[in-house]
Design a protein around this ligand. Structure first.
Ligand code: ZN
Length: 216
C-alpha cells in the first residue's frame, strides 16, 4: 500500500469515528407512521425523523412476510418509545434502534423471523445470533424454502429495470475476461466495461460460464 493511501485511510477512519460519536443521540417519542418493516416516522418533541432500523433488513412489502413485518411494527404506533440514533444512511434517513418498555425492537424483529441481520452494515453479535436462531427454528420468513434477501431484491428492482428475465434467461458481460452469468443486473456486472447481453442459460453454460457469486 502506498503511503498516501494510508493517510487517506487514516483520515477516513478518524472522520467516521468522529461522525459516529457526534451523531449518536437518544430521543423519546412515538412512531407516528410505519412505511415498512424497517422504516418509520418517529415524532420527538423537536420534530419528526425518518428512521431506518439499524442492523436489520426487513423483507420489502411485496416479498413474502413483508406485510407481516410492517404489521409487527404497526403494533408500536403511538406508544412512548426510546430511540437511539447513530447517524444517517445514504438516503438521508436516520439510523436508529427502538426500545419500548425495555424491549429492543430491532432485535425482536430478528427473533420473530421478520427481518434479516444486515451483516453488511452491522457487527452486532446479538443480532447475528438472533438471526441464526430464527433460521434454525424456521420462524417467519425462514419458513420459506429459499427466501430472497431484501438487498438482492432491491438490487434487482433498481439496477435492472425493464422486462424480467425468464427462468431460462441470464445476463452476461461480453468482455473476454468475464466467465460468469447473472440472474439480474447485480453488483458483479457494475464492473463490466463491455456490452451486456441477455442470453439463454443453456448458451451461457455451453460457453463454459459459471454462476455469479453475487446474484446466485
Ligand atoms: Zn451477478
Amino acid at each position: 500500500m502506498k503511503p498516501n493511501y494510508l493517510i487517506v485511510l487514516l483520515i477516513f477512519t478518524l472522520t467516521s469515528l468522529i461522525n459516529h460519536a457526534c451523531l449518536a443521540q437518544t430521543y423519546t417519542g412515538t412512531i407516528i407512521s410505519v412505511t415498512d418493516g424497517d422504516t418509520y416516522i418517529f415524532q420527538t418533541e423537536h420534530g419528526s425523523l425518518k428512521i431506518r432500523s439499524e442492523g436489520i433488513d426487513a423483507p420489502e412489502t411485496v416479498q413474502p412476510y413483508g406485510e407481516e413485518a410492517t404489521v409487527f411494527m404497526e403494533q408500536y404506533l403511538n406508544i412512548e418509545a426510546k430511540l437511539i440514533t447513530s447517524g444517517t444512511d445514504r438516503y438521508g434517513r436516520t439510523i436508529g434502534t427502538l426500545f419500548i418498555g425495555g424491549v429492543e425492537i430491532n432485535l425482536a424483529m430478528l427473533q420473530s423471523g421478520l427481518a434479516w441481520f444486515y451483516e453488511a452494515y452491522s457487527d452486532n453479535s446479538d443480532y447475528k445470533q438472533a438471526d441464526s436462531t430464527a433460521r434454525a427454528l424456521s420462524l417467519g420468513l425462514w419458513s420459506e424454502d429459499t427466501p430472497t434477501p431484501p438487498w438482492q431484491w432491491r438490487n434487482k428492482r433498481e439496477k435492472f429495470p425493464g422486462p424480467e428475465l425468464s427462468e431460462t434467461q441470464v445476463i452476461i458481460c461480453t468482455s473476454k475476461n468475464s466467465y460468469t452469468y447473472h440472474k439480474y443486473y447485480c453488483q458483479g456486472l457494475k464492473r463490466c466495461k463491455s456490452e451486456m447481453k441477455v442470453v439463454s442459460l443453456k448458451e451461457a453454460k455451453e460457453k463454459g460460464r459459471k454462476e455469479c457469486g453475487w446474484c446466485y
